[in-house]
Write a protein that binds this ligand. Structure first.
Ligand code: MF3
Ligand code: CO
Length: 257
C-alpha cells in the first residue's frame, strides 16, 4: 500500500528533511584530504542526537553507523571508519537518514575531495542533474517509472550506467515504504503518482558498467569493474503543483564545499 500524507504530515517530514539537509551541509564543509569517514560519522550522529532525532541507519538490519560514506568505486553503504582517510582526488558519497517526531528524511550527495579528474567531475554533475530532472517529473498523474526512465536517459546519454540492484523508495513513518523507485525502465508504468506521496529518489550511477558486488563486510556495494560511482538522493513530496524537495539544502552542499 502506498500512503498519501496530509499537509500536516508533510510539514513534519520537512522538519526531518531539513535536519538531514543541515547535517549534509555541515559534513560537506568538513570534507577534505586527511579527514576520516569515521570523523564524518561521529559529527553526523552528534548533530542528529542534539536535534532530538534518531539516526535512521544505525541498527537498521544491523548497520553499524549513522551515515554511509562510499569512496570512489564504492556505490553505496560504505561503513565509516576512523582508519579510512579521504585523499585528494577522491569522490565520496555521503548518505544521511534521520527520524524526527516519527517521520523520516533520507538524502545523499557525492562530493569531490580537493581537485578531482574531469571524468569524476562530470560523473558528479550528470548524476545530480539526473536527480533534478527526475524530480521535475514528480507530478500528480505521472507514473513511478517516469522517474527511472528520466534518470536512465540522462545518464546513458553520457555513456555512464545506472545501477539496477538498488532502488529508491517511498518514505514516511518508516525509512523504506512502498513503492520501489528504480532508476531505469520504460516510462508510463507502475503506480500513478498522487498528491501526498513521498519518495526518496536516489540515482546510483557508474562511470563504467552497471554491475555491482557486495564486499565481505556484507554492506559495501562496489562497481564490479572498479569504475567510479556517484549517488545523489532527495526525499520529495508530490503536491498539486511543483514537487517539494523536503531535503533541499539552503546552501547546496556542493557549492558551499
Ligand atoms: N539511503 C539509503 C537507503 O535508502 C541508506 C540505507 S543504509 C542502511 O536506503 F544501512 F540503513 F541500510
Ligand atoms: Co534512501
Amino acid at each position: 500500500m502506498i500512503v498519501c500524507r496530509s499537509k500536516g504530515e508533510i510539514d513534519r517530514m520537512r522538519e526531518a528533511g531539513r535536519l538531514v539537509s543541515e547535517v549534509l551541509t555541515e559534513l560537506a564543509a568538513h570534507v577534505a584530504p586527511g579527514v576520516s569517514t569515521g570523523d564524518l560519522d561521529a559529527l553526523a550522529e552528534r548533530r542528529i542526537l542534539q536535534a532530538g532525532a534518531t539516526p535512521a541507519f544505525k541498527g537498521y538490519h544491523g548497520y553499524p553507523a549513522a551515515i554511509c560514506a562510499s569512496i570512489n568505486d564504492e556505490i553505496i553503504h560504505g561503513i565509516p571508519s576512523g582508519r579510512r582517510l579521504l585523499q585528494e582526488g577522491d569522490i565520496v558519497s555521503i548518505d544521511v537518514g534521520a527520524s524526527l517526531d516519527g517521520y523520516f528524511g533520507d538524502s545523499a550527495v557525492t562530493l569531490p575531495v580537493g581537485q578531482v579528474s574531469e571524468k569524476a567531475a562530470t560523473l558528479l554533475r550528470v548524476t545530480e542533474e539526473a536527480l533534478i530532472k527526475a524530480i521535475e517529473r514528480v507530478r500528480p498523474g505521472g507514473r513511478v517509472s517516469d522517474i527511472g526512465h528520466t534518470v536512465q536517459q540522462h545518464v546513458e546519454s553520457y555513456g555512464f550506467s545506472v545501477v539496477r540492484e538498488f532502488v529508491g523508495h517511498g518514505i514516511g513513518q518508516r525509512m523504506h515504504e512502498e513503492p520501489q523507485v528504480p532508476n531505469y525502465g520504460e516510462p508510463g508504468r507502475g503506480p500513478r503518482l498522487s498528491q501526498g506521496m513521498v519518495l526518496a529518489i536516489e540515482p546510483m550511477v557508474n562511470a563504467g558498467k552497471p554491475a555491482v558486488k557486495v564486499l565481505a563486510d556484507g554492506w559495501t556495494a562496489v562497481t564490479r569493474d572498479g569504475s567510479l560511482s556517484a549517488h545523489f538522493e532527495h526525499t520529495v513530496a508530490v503536491t498539486a503543483g511543483e514537487p517539494w524537495i523536503l531535503t533541499a539544502r539552503e546552501v547546496p552542499a556542493a557549492v558551499r564545499h
